[in-house]
Design a protein around this ligand. Structure first.
Ligand code: NAG
Ligand code: NAG
Length: 405
């Protein structure tokens, strides 16, 4: 149970913490994690109206982190790739990979029927074993950043400073060879606590731990910090926000909300009588204090256990979304086969099939199995409510859905 004295300490430390973050954003401290997408976009947008549209477009082209090619062949004309000159050009660490099985099956199951459409061919590849768990404590040196054929983000080869063991972790945007990353999953190291003496100040802890690439429990990360590779619960490993450029943002902590409520309950008297709170209220407070509110890249706002882990920063290769493959064959190299439109099929093959010309009539778009497929149609059963979702992601670009409610 919290005594009023404890409360004062908690409130005091949270004020310190806010102070630290204001400092961190104004000064350029190493712990500052810069969102590579948002700030630059807002700056550029601010410049646009004053400059001539064409010249800005040109400037953007030359300044951009994307690589275009002289059209020596038709396939190069529309090829656009993010510039990633820092990537390792050699092979991966063989011991940390295994061959991809079933590559030649082309999406067919044991009985030979296609169960995953649009699969087949593609370059031979080995699967990199990526450590999403980050359970090894202590410092790890980043040896190099590598491409991973099985994901859009990059991976970092790290070496444990104590044991010398190598492993792959998901790279954060801006992470480079020579960086040092630490996982605090097992708790704070003794040296850090000793340095601080008797007083345990959350702000000071955050300033020493919340740095790019470090793995922390959500409860230890300051509000407003971008995070990626987020675990859904405390026993799990990183699962959310793993693809290139994605990240979540901690927008609130249950502890803070409970604190506010308690201060309100204190009123003018300045003291809180725990006995005056009902059992129900106490249980509610206890539950609420266990969660952290995170906004994910999709726009979904979700509660996550405060002991679940996440990595500080943004998943690497943020410019991946501007890639243009330039020719159909490059898609085939990735192991993806052509997708035929439903309206181009016969009636037996697709609900949109058949008929004269290219019309599908005034019908709601559906999948080959008749399930509506556009405008954010929800397939989750109504009774299976996910109680951890505070606010659903916006569907159909936030616009009204057509044809069904
Ligand atoms: C393979 O897929 C077909 C079609 O979906 C299905 O009928 C069959 O039972 C599957 N076989 C196995 C072994 O799962
Ligand atoms: C490839 O990556 C995806 C996404 O992270 C993962 O779900 C899948 O299991 C990986 N494939 C293999 C064979 O590890």
């Amino acid at each position: 149970m919290l005594t009023p004295c404890d409360l004062v300490i908690i409130i005091g430390s949270s004020i310190l913490l806010v102070g630290y973050w204001i400092n961190a954003t104004t000064q350029d401290t190493p712990s500052q994690v810069v969102d590579p997408i948002a700030p630059s976009r807002t700056q550029e947008d601010a410049v646009l109206p004053t400059a001539l549209p064409q010249s800005t477009a040109l400037q953007r082209k030359t300044n951009s982190a994307l690589r275009r090619y002289t059209p020596r062949t038709p396939g190069l004309r529309h090829l656009i790739r993010p510039q990633n000159d820092h990537l390792w050009k050699g092979r991966p660490v063989h011991a940390l990979t295994f061959p991809k099985k079933g590559h030649a099956r082309g999406g067919r199951n044991r009985t030979g029927r296609i169960t995953v459409r649009h699969r087949g061919g593609g370059h031979k590849r080995r699967i990199r074993t990526v450590d999403f768990d980050r359970s090894a404590p202590g410092q790890h040196y980043v040896e190099r950043i590598e491409h991973d054929p099985n994901r859009s983000a990059h991976i970092a080869l790290v070496r444990d400073a104590k044991t010398g063991k190598q492993s792959y972790i998901l790279a954060a945007e801006g992470m480079r060879a020579g960086d040092v990353v630490t996982s605090y999953r097992a708790g704070l190291p003794k040296e850090l606590l000793k340095d601080m003496g008797d007083s345990v100040d959350m702000g000071v802890i955050a300033s020493k731990t919340a740095m790019r690439g470090n793995c922390l429990k959500l409860g230890m990360i300051p509000v407003g910090t971008p995070i990626f590779n987020i675990a859904p619960n405390k026993d799990s490993y990183g699962k959310f926000a793993r693809s290139a450029g994605t990240h979540g943002i901690i927008i609130g902590k249950g502890e803070d909300v409970v604190q506010k409520e308690m201060v309100k309950a204190m009123g003018d008297t300045g003291t809180l009588d725990i006995a005056s709170l009902s059992q129900e209220q106490l249980i509610k407070f206890e539950k609420a204090a266990n969660y952290v509110t995170v906004k994910l890249s999709s726009g979904e706002i979700r509660l996550i256990d405060k002991d679940a882990i996440a990595t500080i920063g943004v998943a690497s290769n943020a410019n991946y979304k501007y890639t243009s493959l330039g020719k159909a064959g490059r898609k085939r190299w990735l192991g993806i086969r052509p997708t035929v439109r439903g309206t181009a099929m016969n009636t037996v093959d697709h609900p949109h099939g058949g008929g004269r010309g290219k019309s599908k009539g005034d019908k709601v778009p559906v999948s080959p199995w008749g399930v509506p497929t556009k405008s954010g149609y929800k397939t989750r059963p109504k009774h299976k409510i996910n109680r951890l979702v505070v606010q659903e992601r916006p569907r159909n670009q936030g616009k009204r859905r057509r044809g069904y409610a």
